[in-house]
Design a protein around this ligand. Structure first.
Ligand code: ZN
Ligand code: ZN
Length: 121
């Protein structure tokens, strides 16, 4: 499998962000305080790292029932950083099929879908 070309810019979460993410209903039990930007290398706009995800059932989902990923968004040029819930990118290569590849990013992310990165080599 070819190396995915993610941005990889790193950020370390503060105490307040860790506490916030660890209180999300149905969040994963362990939390990484060091995150990497998951967007495509060379993307525009702020960096985005996955803080945590909630399941598509129970509390913590969006009102429309979709699973939510909590993304840590940061911008080196402004120093601004926040944690935002975003729906998953709905795009996949072959909807409904076992071999379908899904994009791991959030809805309306910049750059290409993650499953498209490898084909560019
Ligand atoms: Zn980035
Ligand atoms: Zn996508």
């Amino acid at each position: 499998m070819a190396e995915l070309r993610a941005c990889g810019e790193r950020v370390t979460l503060g105490e307040r962000e860790v506490r916030f993410l660890s209180e999300i209903p149905h969040g994963s039990p362990s939390l990484d305080v060091d995150l990497e930007c998951e967007l495509e290398c060379g993307h525009k706009g702020p960096h985005h790292g996955i803080g945590d995800t909630s399941h598509s059932f129970g509390a913590g989902r969006l009102a429309n029932g979709e699973a939510v990923a909590w993304w840590v968004r940061w911008d080196d040029s402004t120093g601004r950083r926040d944690v935002v819930p975003m729906g998953n990118c709905p795009v996949e290569t072959a909807r409904g099929q076992v071999l379908s590849e899904v994009c791991i990013l959030f809805d309306r992310h910049p750059g290409r879908h993650t499953f498209e990165w490898e084909t560019s080599e």
